[in-house]
Design a protein around this ligand. Structure first.
Ligand code: ADP
Ligand code: MG
Ligand code: MG
Length: 892
């Protein structure tokens, strides 16, 4: 027996650091027992998550030794409490509570009042001198046990309750008298037999065994699986089971139960918040059957218990160093704590708490920064539902991208685009989305899907763009064919009004007022706290934070949000504008160098203006400008269309036939099978140097036109071979000399690292580059051989389900693969050139996990979209805090 695995821990043996083994609930109940004392927390024991895993692996068999260890722990519990399960005098009752590593609200099962049977109900009545209470406890147990352990539909029990209430002419559950509760218990037992073909189990040991199994089984139930899939919780964690002595909130008017937060969980204001119900047990408070009362009212009801609770909330907050979310029960005026955990909180409460905690001396700045979920901070920059608004929720999904959005329902990206052109506000509603829908994301106020989850295409793209998004709203049945949404007995059609709250996942048909945090005085305090927290982040981080911006508007916005320069300006975006497209097309289609130069001549002043705008917006800060890396096909006419036009012109012998034929011929010549891997980046600069020459002229002339000299960094895209960058650098320097400017002083030249080969030969490339900027979008595509637009909605979700990957590599950098290439290039690049400046400008630059990696890889800065700048500032600070004591590879 000596080396038998330990499956069971008494609460007295556990601690908060054991959550992987004991689950969050078990670990924290153990911790509370130590911190608050054994008379505040009912005693009990925890069966480990490892036992659950072993049980699942063995095909629903309890592992060897578990039963005996449970029996021993139960014996100790009976000794400790002086009561015995099933006793006919003063019986012990226990709860059997699930508790995974991470909380999965409502997904796993809990059974209360275990140990009730025909004998112990009499014992309980005698011991408490409260017959009604004893029978109320018994009927609750039969109900929960039947539901959890044997899958009997909860509706069936509720139905019986409703019948008995109407028979007796009462409205509330609490008005049912002892006789009524006896009748209910009988009815429930009958339901149980009907459903299972067995009598309700009377042996408490048997009840316990079945309840533990039921909690284990709930881990693999459909509900829990689905929840894990959309919230990215691994299936193989398993749940722990907590067996705990019952305390009773349903014993009468000086008993009750409730939930309490150590601070307001919505606003972060320093007053505790919560709800309670007198004479209630367990889930009554959250079930909605009775309307709970505000925690402040508890003061009048039971002033002593209230004071104790307030004191305990403070103690727990101090102890955990974080805002707490607790569950409590009062039995005959005596307060018991049943659960505590770090409170989930929206961005506003997160920054408010962080700032206040430092002011109050609860945390130091670094600790406070670590309590903020950086990824959520965009919520403070977008419009949100008015927190005071009342509205009817028709469905709840996953809060995939924060903010509130409302407008008319549209079902296709094309409809979203045309509605937006007409100035109408729309919400794009689809079962799920793919690359073809992305234009609709720009046009819509918000995105709503019935499928997917936190990591689906819709969620990733919306988060990246700052568009509010709700995914996995599975109550909605969306028919693209009929262009309607069905939910319950309602049908919502195209053009109907809808509103979504991407901050909490709610969907409503009510016209909820939206508030802009910047303009609403209610947010003053929060925005002040936000500024303070960002200031601390800036003092803490080592990584610089820049932005990806192509327009002065974006640049100014990013600068307001704290960007320290532009890490990527994509010049091809400057040619997408309506008035420039034709000029750009003429340039691309030009048959001769002369014709091309002519077209470029017309583009030059426009480019120069663009750069002047950017330099102005980024006065005093570096601006990295990438020379043209065009997806050429985007500027070409549609080939099949054009072919059809030519065909028609031939038949009708129209005047423009010759012109059309020429156009077709050129288009066919330039068109590529695979434009992604075709004449892109510096390949274009080598084939048609006049294009880059024009751009460099435009950049440097813009620089010369400024009062205060800017810091242009000219970036050569898609370099594979050192000779490519060598040639392109010569070109830039030649134009620089023409313009009378000096490389290294007036401007610098570097390259975007976005091909695996470039990473391998980074030392050779570094000889010709002042800086590297990792283009991790393309680097991910080329290293993995994934075409982003094709894979994100097609197989990435399946890959995640099958556990081939746990994140989309376009969301979080693939550390062992693509990340290794980054490290390698940074390392050998710096070996060749110690002063090489290193940045990253892919979308990963705004992802907190990736930012931590880039910090470790020794990069100098990250660059991300404007409204992710605050996220990056905080995430960079957190990386610096987490790795403060690591030895950086650069020193090694
Ligand atoms: P969940 O994870 O769904 O919150 P819990 O295990 O926390 O489930 O149980 C739900 C509720 O049941 C608790 O909030 C508490 O009110 C009640 N409960 C659980 N265990 C006990 C107990 N030992 N004594 C009294 N009430 C309990
Ligand atoms: Mg629950
Ligand atoms: Mg709970």
């Amino acid at each position: 027996m000596a080396d038998e695995q330990k499956w069971v821990y008494d609460f007295a043996e556990g601690s908060k650091d054991m959550r992987e083994l004991l689950g969050g609930k078990g670990a924290n109940v153990a911790e509370m027992t130590r911190v608050l004392g054994a008379d505040r927390v009912p005693a009990g024991f925890t069966i480990t998550t490892e036992a659950c895993v072993a049980y699942m692996q063995a095909g629903q068999e309890e592992p060897d030794g578990m039963a005996a260890q449970v029996a021993d722990a139960l014996e100790r519990l009976q000794e400790h409490t002086g009561k015995r399960l099933g006793d006919d005098d003063d019986p012990l009752l226990v709860s059997v509570r699930s508790g995974a590593r991470e909380s999965m609200p409502g997904m796993l099962d809990t059974v209360l009042n275990l140990g009730m049977n025909d004998t112990s109900v009499e014992g309980l009545a005698k011991a408490t001198d409260n017959e009604r209470f004893a029978w109320d406890s018994y009927r609750r147990f039969v109900q929960m046990f039947g539901n959890v352990s044997r899958g009997i539909d909860g509706e069936a029990f509720e139905q019986a309750i409703a019948e008995v209430k109407s028979d007796r002419g009462v409205e509330e559950d609490t008005e049912l008298d002892t006789d009524a509760l006896k009748e209910l218990t009988d009815r429930f037992k009958a339901l149980y037999s009907e459903h299972t073909g067995e009598d309700f189990p009377q042996d408490p040991q048997e009840q316990l065994r079945l309840a533990i199994r039921a909690v284990f089984d709930s881990w693999t139930g459909d509900r829990a699986r689905e929840y894990r899939r959309i919230n990215r919780i691994p299936d193989d964690w398993g749940t722990a089971v907590n067996v705990q002595q019952m305390v009773f909130g349903n014993k009468g008017d000086t008993s009750g139960s409730g939930v309490a937060f150590s601070r307001d969980e919505v606003t972060g204001a320093p007053e505790p918040s919560g709800d309670f119900l007198p004479n209630a047990q367990g889930e009554d408070v959250v079930s909605g059957a009775r309307t709970p009362r505000d925690i402040a009212e508890m003061k009048d009801w039971l002033p002593d218990a209230y004071e104790q609770l307030m004191e305990i909330l403070k103690t727990l907050e101090q102890h955990y160093g974080d805002m707490q979310d607790t569950e409590f029960t009062v039995e005959d005026g005596q307060l018991y704590m049943l659960q505590t955990r770090d409170a989930k909180r929206p961005a506003q409460a997160a920054v408010r708490f962080a700032r206040d905690a430092v002011d109050e001396g609860l945390l130091d700045r670094e600790q406070a920064l670590m309590t903020v979920d950086a990824d959520m901070l965009t919520a403070l920059l977008v419009e949100t539902f008015d927190p005071k608004a009342d509205y009817e929720v028709i469905a709840t999904g996953v809060p995939a991208a924060p903010g509130g959005a409302k407008g008319e329902v549209v079902f296709t990206a094309a409809d979203a685009v045309s509605a937006a052109d007409e100035g109408r506000a729309v919400v794009l509603v689809r079962p799920d989305t793919n690359a073809n829908d992305v234009a609709g994301f720009h046009a819509a106020k918000g995105i709503l899907t019935s499928l997917g989850g936190k990591a689906s295409h819709a969620a990733l793209v919306a988060r990246g763009m700052g568009v509010p998004c709700v995914t996995a709203a599975s109550e909605l049945k969306i028919s693209l064919e009929d262009k309607c949404i069905r939910v319950g007995d309602r049908t919502i059609g195209e053009g109907d009004f809808i509103a979504i709250n991407g901050t909490n996942g709610e969907v409503t048909l009510d016209d909820v007022p939206l508030v802009d945090p910047k303009e609403d005085p209610a947010f003053d305090e929060i925005l002040k706290a936000f500024e303070t927290v960002l200031g601390w982040a800036d003092d803490t981080r080592r990584l610089g934070v820049r932005t990806n911006a192509d327009t002065p508007t974006d640049a100014r916005k990013a600068r307001e949000l704290g960007a320290e320069g532009i890490g990527l300006c994509r010049t091809e975006h400057m040619f997408m504008a309506e008035d420039r497209q034709p000029k750009m097309r003429r340039m691309i289609m030009a048959g001769t160098r002369e014709a091309r130069k002519d077209a470029l001549e017309q583009l030059l002043p426009l480019q120069q203006e663009d750069f002047e705008g950017l330099f102005e917006a980024m006065k005093g800060l570096p601006v990295t400008i990438r020379l043209l890396d065009p997806p050429l096909h985007e500027f070409l006419p549609d080939l099949p269309d054009l072919a059809a036009q030519v065909e028609r012109a031939r038949i009708e012998c129209t005047d423009d036939l010759e012109e059309l034929e020429e156009l077709l011929e050129t288009t066919e010549r330039i068109s590529e099978e695979n434009p992604m891997l075709g004449t892109r980046g510096c390949r274009l600069g080598i084939l048609y140097p006049e294009i880059y020459e024009m751009q460099v002229h435009a950049i440097l002339r813009a620089a010369k036109a400024m009062d205060e000299p800017p810091h242009p960094e000219i970036m050569i895209p898609l370099v594979d071979y050192e000779h490519e960058i060598e040639l392109m650098r010569e070109l830039v320097v030649r134009i620089g000399n023409d313009e009378g400017l000096h490389e290294g002083e007036d401007y610098t030249v570097g390259t975007m690292i976005e091909l695996p080969r470039a990473c391998f030969v980074a030392d050779r490339i570094a000889k010709f580059a002042d800086f590297f900027s990792f283009g991790t979008n393309d680097l991910t595509q080329t290293a993995l051989g994934f075409s982003r637009d094709d894979v994100e909605s097609k197989f990435v979700p399946v890959y995640m389900e099958q556990k081939i990957i746990d994140r989309s590599p376009f969301e979080t950098i693939d550390k062992p693969g693509v990340g290794w290439l980054v490290r390698l290039a940074a390392w050998v690049g710096r070996e060749a050139r110690p002063d090489l400046k290193l940045g990253i400008c892919g979308e990963h630059g705004g992802d907190p996990d990736s930012i931590e990696f880039f910090h470790m890889a020794g990069l100098d800065y990250v660059s991300c979209s404007p409204f992710r700048v605050p996220i990056a500032r905080v995430a960079a600070a957190q990386a610096a805090i987490i790795h403060a004591h690591d030895r950086s590879w650069a020193d090694a």
